[in-house]
Design a protein around this ligand. Structure first.
Ligand SMILES: C[S@@+](CC[C@H](N)C(=O)[O-])C[C@H]1O[C@@H](n2cnc3c(N)ncnc32)[C@H](O)[C@@H]1O
Length: 296
């Protein structure tokens, strides 16, 4: 089934407005076509471009906020899906990131290329005319979006499967359905969401702390984690489990002691780390010399 429905100039949003012979919309649920500016009375000749999202630029202060929330920094690989005039991609390139912007509209690509040239960042940014659903995103440290809720949700499985744990997704205005964001800010009246792609931690783990073995069973829904544990056949409580990208923390309690474990997940292994402020919780932090291995 196609994601697109191509309905030249048929309004599917009450917010749609027409200017300069080209249909421009707010981000309502609408597909748009290119118009022939010569056509009388705005009766356009549709080109073959089908947009899943109309072009609406992100205000500059919001772009800045997106960079900050995504912690975009030198050497990061950033992908902006639906890059418009390139402002998000160019902002990332100015911070030293290597950036790919993709847009299906060749006019936007032309504008973005010109803007990158003017801003002197052509060595760090590439704009590619492409359908955003075809863009490989596995290599991105940061993915930026200003699309639509439905498009975000269509991208969600690919983000969760392909992007590395700990990589970030920043979306202007729209959330990801039932995948709750890790952070949400209001910037210049707009909402911006941040997600850290969660590591996959579901399964049976053997946790070794010195000579002590704890059998830990973890389940997860996105970054929400639950667990049960046993030590020497005795049940322990797993509390306040938190997952932020590839960092995990949980409290193990045996009725007498509350110990907080902080670790970094690397596929089938968790290595203890120093306490992570963002994942703080009840219990005495344990030394970082524990590890866990997934059995299944
Ligand atoms: C809301 S604008 C965002 C522009 C820019 N990222 C910004 O925030 O300023 C959405 C952009 O997505 C592009 N777009 C729509 N459908 C697309 C598709 N299937 N593949 C790639 N780009 C698409 C549009 O041409 C438009 O430039």
């Amino acid at each position: 089934m196609s994601f697109k429905s191509f309905i030249p100039y048929q309004r599917r949003s009450v917010h749609a407005v027409i200017v300069t012979g080209v249909l421009v919309t707010t981000l309502g649920l609408v597909s748009i076509a290119h118009a022939d500016p010569q056509a009388a009375d705005n009766v356009e000749v549709a080109s073959s471009i089908e947009l899943d999202v109309p072009y609406v630029p992100t205000p500059e202060p919001v772009v800045e906020g997106m960079m900050e929330m995504g912690a975009v920094s030198e050497g990061n690989r950033v992908i902006d899906l639906g890059s418009g005039d390139g402002r998000i991609a160019i902002a990332a390139a100015k911070l030293g990131a290597q950036v790919l912007g993709v847009d299906i509209d060749p006019e936007r690509i032309r504008e973005a290329d010109e803007n990158a040239e003017r801003e002197g960042v052509t060595d760090r940014v590439e704009f590619r005319q492409e359908d955003l659903f075809d863009t490989p995103i596995a290599d991105a440290d940061v993915l930026t979006l200003y699309l639509l809720p439905t498009i975000n949700q269509q991208l969600r499985p690919k983000i969760l499967t392909d992007m590395a744990p700990g990589s970030r997704v920043v979306s202007h205005a729209f959330d990801m359905g039932n995948w709750a964001s890790d952070e949400r800010r209001t910037i210049a009246g707009r909402t911006v969401y941040l997600w850290h792609v969660p590591a996959r931690i579901e399964g049976e783990w053997q946790l070794m702390q010195g000579d002590t073995l704890v059998n830990l069973t973890l389940s997860q829904r996105y970054q929400e984690v639950r667990g049960v544990a046993q030590r020497d056949g005795q049940a322990m409580t797993v509390g306040n489990a938190r997952l932020l990208g590839d960092r995990i923390a949980f409290t193990l309690a045996d009725g007498e002691h509350y110990q907080r474990f902080y670790g970094r997940v690397d596929q089938d292994r968790i290595q203890g780390v120093e306490p992570v402020e963002a994942l703080a919780g009840p219990g005495e932090p344990v030394e970082a010399d524990w590890q866990a291995e997934r059995e299944s």
